[in-house]
Design a protein around this ligand. Structure first.
Ligand code: ATP
Ligand code: MG
Length: 659
């Protein structure tokens, strides 16, 4: 049996890097990139030692770079000691950065609060002192369940300052998710808010924490600290509950950072759960911070003058690497946004870019696809109605970005001037892995292009042998890198089995299918778990979906395989149209048109057997399509799987109907 994944999508457009970016970028031109790649290849230890020495402040310098003695439980910079918060804040004190805005916080209602690096350092220190006075110490675990806010960044940084390991739970998750994570990490502290403001509405948060803690098994939790955001009513447990504003009262704004081992866990973060039950991914201090910082400099070409805006919530890894840590370590000004992209209208993102003069913008394909649909329907909220001329780089993360969405983003948001930086990485990788560099890489829409220097990415078959160019297979990373996952919290066996299966020569298995084209560019084809198998042909989901999205009527699409007696699997496509949900004969006619379109665009083998329409697709709360649930819907079976991370459960019923 073959494990090859066939590629059927052809994309020939190429966009060279803008000349002015090539001239002034932190990594300049293909020669600059190649020199770094060569340096990393020649002597990986020397390369990673140089970066760590030049970019991090160490309390105790390391003498060893990588300890492989217990592989795959790698240790980086094992005898070095440092503090992450000191590397994000203290290092800017006494430099021109100290009076620079660290955070421009825009609340749901549009109110803006500015915090300089010096002020942020004081606020983090004060909150850290509060935690210290409550007896919290390095190594304890804290659950953070906060809205996007300055306080969320302060809470994470304060934990890092004391060596307390945080686990952020996304504010949209229920009490059940908080409970599971609180128990799993054995948390002794919970930091939350009374409520969060989203789209003009206040949504309770502390209630969910109270409910979670009442479910049992959370006896380790000594204190719950609540930040008053909305002023809404909350239940109070006098022995356990404290207000944020009370605990910081009278605390000094000076709190010496606690030096920890380089591999001391900085945080535990659960994956999105697109393919199964979320895994508690454990990250280190030094390695994680190093790569978050380097990728700010290389991938985003960050300079002190930049206004950086990553729209991800701190509940996701993107909000760790590119909100709470990377931008601060890089010393840029960043925008932090509390609200939603569609409130008060779908022009919110563009208006904010205009008002804060954002230069680097980083968001997800799901946001681009839904804002495309809304913008094209209403000129008032179209990016062209705003001044986005300050932008110089626009990025994408979370899912493959379909070529058509890429081109819309490039034309309408980037003004055909800004490179679209499609960054491939995962919760487990800590920071970017395969990505274009703005002053280096000619872009091809839909490709995440080339690995970063030091990242040994390859496409292999089931025995770990590299496959030929143009052939699809498993995406692996062959050498360890500093920001890699250290283990799954409390489950080292699952860590080994999931990421370092025995057959693969000790390579890190990402779980995505991909191919490299003749230029060595990587194209993510979809999750290995989602691969379609039609008449012996193995197809990635990405290419069929991109063909559908390329049709002018289609806003979003997801495809899955349904067991079939004659072809092994039949392709079932779930489609969201630009415009209203079609019914009856009209639905049948549109379905036929789209089936023929796919057959013509990429070949009859990929032609969907059936097309179903819905107003949306089942997505994780971070906006990723959950094909594992669509597979069940396509079979006509009831859902019995874990749906705790699903954003819109109601949509499954709509998609179950055949129109
Ligand atoms: P789980 O592992 O629990 O199923 P998840 O994989 O969705 O959840 P994340 O770590 O948030 O959790 O997502 C990483 C995955 O997102 C990657 O493995 C890949 O499938 C997808 N992804 C992220 N960025 C890109 C990108 N630029 N291009 C293509 N796919 C991407
Ligand atoms: Mg994953």
């Amino acid at each position: 049996m073959t494990t090859e994944i066939e590629s059927i999508l052809v994309e020939n457009r190429v966009f060279p890097p803008p000349a002015d970016l090539v001239k002034q970028a932190n990594v300049s031109g293909m020669e600059g990139y190649q020199a770094l790649c060569d340096e990393a290849k020649r002597d990986p230890d020397a390369f990673w030692a140089r970066l760590a020495n030049e970019n991090l402040v160490w309390t105790k310098p390391f003498t060893q770079v990588l300890d492989e003695s217990r592989a795959p439980f790698y240790k980086w910079y094992p005898d070095g000691r440092m503090n992450v918060s000191a590397n994000c804040l203290d290092k800017h004190l006494g430099t021109p950065a100290e009076n620079r805005a660290a955070i421009l916080f825009e609340a749901d209602d549009g109110q803006v609060t500015k915090v300089t690096y010096k002020e942020l350092h004081a606020r983090v220190s004060q909150f850290a002192n509060a935690l210290k006075s409550l007896g919290y110490q390095a190594g304890e675990r804290a659950i953070i369940y906060l809205p996007m806010s300055i306080e969320a960044v302060v809470a994470m940084q304060a934990c890092a300052r004391l060596g307390i390991i945080h686990s952020v739970v996304f504010g949209g998750f229920s009490s059940k998710s908080i409970h599971e994570r609180t128990v799993d990490v054995g948390a002794s502290l919970v930091i939350t808010a009374d409520a969060q403001m989203r789209g003009g509405k206040s949504i309770p948060l502390k209630d969910a924490v109270d409910e979670a803690l009442a479910m049992g098994g959370c006896d380790a939790v000594r204190k719950v600290i609540t930040y008053k955001r909305a002023g809404s009513d909350v239940q109070w447990h006098a022995d356990r509950d404290l207000w944020w504003h009370d605990v910081i009262q009278g605390q000094s704004t000076d709190c010496p950072p606690v030096a920890v081992d380089a591999d001391h866990p900085l945080f535990i973060l659960y994956t999105s759960g697109s393919t199964g039950k979320p895994k508690g991914v454990q990250h280190s201090s030094a390695g994680f911070l190093l790569w978050s910082l380097m990728t700010m400099k290389w991938t985003f070409d960050a300079k002190p003058t930049d206004v950086f805006w990553c729209t991800a919530d701190v509940g996701w890894v993107t909000g760790h690497s590119y909100v709470a840590y990377g931008p601060l370590a890089a010393g840029v000004t960043q925008v932090v946004f509390e609200g939603v992209p569609t409130y008060p209208d779908a022009g919110r993102f563009w208006k904010m870019i205009q008002e804060h003069k954002v230069t680097i913008f980083y968001t997800a394909p799901t946001a681009i696809r839904s804002l495309t649909k809304l913008s094209e329907a209403d000129p008032k909220v179209h990016p062209k109605s705003f001044d986005l001329s300050t932008l110089r780089i626009i990025g994408s993360v979370g899912e493959p970005i379909n070529p058509e969405a890429w081109v819309w983003y490039y034309n309408n948001v980037g003004g055909q001037r800004c490179p679209v930086i499609d960054t491939w990485w995962q919760t487990e990788t800590g920071a970017h892995m395969i990505t274009p560099l703005p002053g280096v890489t000619p872009l091809k829409p839909g490709s995440c292009t080339l690995p970063l220097p030091g990242i040994d990415a390859a496409i292999v078959d089931e025995t770990g042998e590299e496959v030929e160019r143009g052939k699809g297979g498993f995406l692996v990373i062959r050498r360890p890198w500093p920001s890699m996952i250290r283990t799954i919290w409390g489950d080292p066996e699952r860590f080994k089995k999931t990421y370092f299966p025995e057959e693969l020569k000790g390579y890190y298995l990402a779980g995505d299918g991909a191919q490299r084209d003749k230029d060595g560019y990587f194209w993510i084809m979809g999750r290995i778990d989602d691969v379609l198998n039609v008449s012996g042909h193995r197809l990635g989901t990405m290419e069929v979906e991109s063909a559908l999205v390329a049709h002018e009527m289609v806003a979003e699409a997801a495809v899955v395989g349904r067991p079939d007696d004659t072809t092994g699997e039949a392709v079932v496509a779930f489609v969201v149209l630009n415009g209203p949900l079609p019914q009856g004969d009209q639905a049948a006619a549109v379905a036929k048109q789209l089936r023929d379109w796919v057959a013509k665009e990429i070949g009859p083998i990929a032609k969907p057997r059936e097309i179903r329409f819905g107003e949306n697709l089942p997505k994780t709360r971070s906006g990723k399509i959950m094909r594992r649930l669509l597979r069940v819907v396509a079979k006509g079976e009831p859902i019995t799987q874990d749906v705790s991370t699903l954003e819109n459960p109601g949509i499954l019923e709509q998609l179950a109907q055949v129109r």
